[in-house]
Unconditional design. Structure first.
Length: 324
């Protein structure tokens, strides 16, 4: 392969990475806004998540059957390791919101990229780090501390659920990265196949959580009170859930788990700005505004620096291949 062909392939990879990340960010932010509206008339969080997962599986099975591919039973079993952590992340996110202060949740979620960075050191091909990357992570943590400094509720209530949620999220993202990235140990399963395994495997866990929290007994009353516009919003949230499932898997195959979790933090703070400015649902103090902006810009800087490092590694590998 010539140098020109290598450059074309490299640019194509970068464009695909940016497309995947942009689509996931758009779906993620839209999904959070839609869910905020849905829970006002459909408060059964576990059943809502189960409905969104089932909707995604149904859409993929009915309209995109040719894209579903499972290479072998071994690969299916390998990917099934994601299920406990994916379902655990979904269930504990609701418990964390119910029992923990927003301060704790924001702080620990902002620390999740650091935990992921440590865990990724054990992958077959660990991610490379640099002083700039560590500096951007330090800035992000500083911004988070600035934001939560003036939040109410600094107690430790619910810290167990927050810790479990962050642990599940970090392990789930790292496992996905190890089985999706071409430079790791990928499974021979299509992206839609991976989504179906994760979603179907998580449905029993969500159903059990809904039963234990009494959501099934509350469901008839909720359905009776729903209006046409509520049903439309519920359908939109399910469609966005389908989109975020695919774009999340797509993005995870292109970026590290650490970078993905940095983007999660970025999306959370983007929602804070949208709620404070466009929707005017929350009020931010000058310190909180500065902290949120610092976190967002540090996340963007981290992602850019990570891409520069990966591009340098890729160019180095291409030069070695050309010499051979």
């Amino acid at each position: 392969m010539s140098v020109a062909e290598h450059d074309i392939n490299g640019k194509g990879h970068v464009l695909e990475m940016y497309a995947a990340v942009s689509c996931w960010m758009a779906c993620s932010i839209s999904m959070m806004l839609a869910n905020n509206a849905v829970v006002s008339f459909f408060p059964q969080a576990c059943l809502l998540s189960a409905l969104q997962l089932f909707f995604t599986v149904s859409v993929l099975g009915l309209f995109f059957p040719l894209t579903i591919y499972f290479g072998s039973t071994h690969d299916v079993l390998r990917w099934s390791r994601v299920i406990p952590f994916f379902s655990g992340m979904l269930v504990t996110s609701f418990l964390a919101l119910q029992h923990a202060s927003m301060t704790l949740i924001v702080i620990f979620r902002s620390l999740s990229p650091i935990f992921a960075l440590i865990l990724e050191r054990f992958l077959p091909h660990p991610v490379q780090i640099s002083p700039k990357l560590m500096g951007y992570m330090a800035l992000m943590i500083s911004g988070t501390v600035m934001y939560v400094k003036e939040l109410e509720g600094h107690g430790s209530k619910g810290i167990m659920w927050v810790l479990i949620n962050v642990t599940c999220a970090v392990i789930e993202r790292t496992l996905q990265r190890s089985m999706l990235a071409k430079d790791q140990y990928p499974v021979d399963i299509s992206k839609t196949g991976c989504i179906i395994i994760s979603n179907l495997g998580s449905l029993p866990v969500l159903a059990l959580a809904a039963y234990l929290t009494g959501e099934f007994s509350e469901l008839p009353t909720t359905i009776t009170k729903m209006q046409a516009r509520d049903s439309a919003m519920l359908l939109i949230s399910c469609a966005l859930g389908c989109g975020i499932s695919y774009t999340g898997t797509w993005a995870q195959s292109k970026i590290s788990a650490t970078t993905f979790l940095m983007l999660v933090v970025l999306s959370k703070f983007s929602i804070i700005f949208i709620e404070a400015t466009a929707l005017q649902l929350v009020e931010l103090s000058p310190l909180q505004t500065a902290g949120a902006m610092l976190t967002i810009f540090a996340s963007i800087g981290y992602s850019r620096e990570r891409q520069l490092i990966e591009d340098a590694i890729e160019r180095s590998g291409e030069l070695q291949a050309l010499k051979v």
